[in-house]
Design a protein around this ligand. Structure first.
Ligand SMILES: Nc1ncnc2c1ncn2[C@@H]1O[C@H](COP(=O)(O)OP(=O)(O)OP(=O)(O)O)[C@@H](O)[C@H]1O
Ligand SMILES: [Mg+2]
Length: 357
């Protein structure tokens, strides 16, 4: 095994199946974004609930309640925020937690909002504490206190705000302080998508990109997209490249399979890093348990890369477990890589012992 080919640390941004959008993505994403609730695929429950919230607000001629969108990267939070504004016929202002360093930054944004405007606050869990506290009052009373001056002479000048709708997005709902979470009238938790839904996403995107694709081709890409529309769209574009260069441009199952083999995305959506981690765990450490740091050294990656980039998907797929004694491969991991678990002295496999199967 040549571990060298895994050492040119592909960052999360560069990975084909990673969840973070790169620049090319952002441009194409804008073009592929569904524009209204009717076009938004999947997330039936969220769509139904949000539809009620928005319809009722429209019927009352009121501004919609604040909405919190939580869910993994690439599931459609930014898309939904834009849909909320479009459905309300309201303008949208986009900013993010990390962009708001001081409470003053937030005050400036809030005080310049138009009546009914949607304020989209991405990564809301990364806002500074003072800004967060200012937001509490703004959300509840549509008012902020602007502090003028410093020290004992400082005075708070109350400022009335027009009614607005805050749409907060977070990948880590658990990190939000309860007082903030409680001020949202509606919280939508976005789930990973079913393969059939991703297939619809792929057909829709292919149509918009003017790419010909058959049902089996779309199904093949959908099955490797990790339940994530952003990844589905990205894989579609890479398969389109392959189809153009190596074939007649039409995406079939064979073309999708051949293309994704080139990009090292396997049948379950694992990429090179994911497979390197699993292979090290199985081949070097007999399936574990092994410590995270040791595992990271074995694949020539940073600890954080293994923990934050590769593991969440491996855990979700039931291929790897994080135990108090270290990382352990599940029986499904051995099966996925086509390997046989070693036998223990007791006759069963080490993993059978650990999983009690
Ligand atoms: N339900 C959907 N139907 C069709 N396309 C979708 C859907 N959800 C997301 N997409 C597509 O996936 C891409 C990523 O979605 P979006 O940018 O909204 O994700 P996000 O949740 O905001 O991700 P992040 O947490 O990284 O900001 C968009 O370009 C959009 O075209
Ligand atoms: Mg987003």
């Amino acid at each position: 095994m040549n571990w060298d080919d895994t050492t040119d640390a592909d960052s999360a941004e560069e990975r084909l199946v990673g969840s973070v959008a790169d620049r090319e993505d952002q441009a194409v994403e804008a073009a592929l974004r569904p524009k209204d609730l009717g076009e938004f695929i999947g997330q039936e429950k969220v769509r139904e609930q949000l539809d009620l919230v928005l319809r009722a607000a429209r019927a009352r001629g009121a501004t919609a309640d604040h909405v919190l969108l939580s869910g993994a990267p690439g599931l459609g939070k930014t898309t939904l925020s834009m849909i909320i504004a479009a459905e309300m016929g309201a303008p949208i202002r986009i900013t993010s937690g990390p962009a708001i360093q001081h409470a003053g930054d937030l005050a400036a944004i809030l005080s310049s909002l138009q009546e009914g405007e949607v304020l989209f606050l991405d990564e809301i869990h990364r806002m500074s504490r003072p800004a967060e506290e200012m937001l509490y009052m703004a959300m509840e009373d549509f008012r902020v206190d602007v502090i003028v001056g410093k020290g004992p002479g400082a005075t708070a000048i109350p400022l009335e705000l027009p009614p607005f709708t805050l749409v907060g997005a977070t990948t880590r709902a658990g990190l939000l302080p309860p007082p903030l979470r409680d001020r949202f009238g509606f919280t939508a938790h976005m789930e990973f998508y079913e393969p059939a839904e991703l297939q619809r996403v792929i057909h829709r995107s292919a149509h918009l990109l003017d790419v010909e694709i058959d049902t089996a081709g779309a199904a093949e890409i959908a099955g490797r997209s990790r339940g994530t529309p952003r990844i589905a769209n990205r894989l579609l574009r890479r398969v389109r490249d392959y189809a153009q260069v190596k074939a007649d441009g039409v995406i079939t199952r064979d073309i999708a399979e051949a293309a994704l083999a080139v990009y090292e995305v396997d049948a379950r959506g694992l990429d090179r890093l994911d497979r390197a981690v699993l292979e090290a765990l199985l081949k070097l450490f007999g399936g574990g348990p092994v410590g995270l740091s040791t595992l990271a050294v074995a694949v020539g990656e940073e600890r954080e890369t293994v923990e934050e980039v590769a593991e969440p998907f491996l855990v979700r797929e039931g291929l790897l477990a994080r135990t108090p004694r270290g990382r352990v491969a599940t029986p499904a991991a051995w099966a996925h890589l086509g390997l046989t678990p070693p036998r223990t002295a007791a006759g069963g496999s080490a993993q059978q012992d650990l999983f009690g199967t």
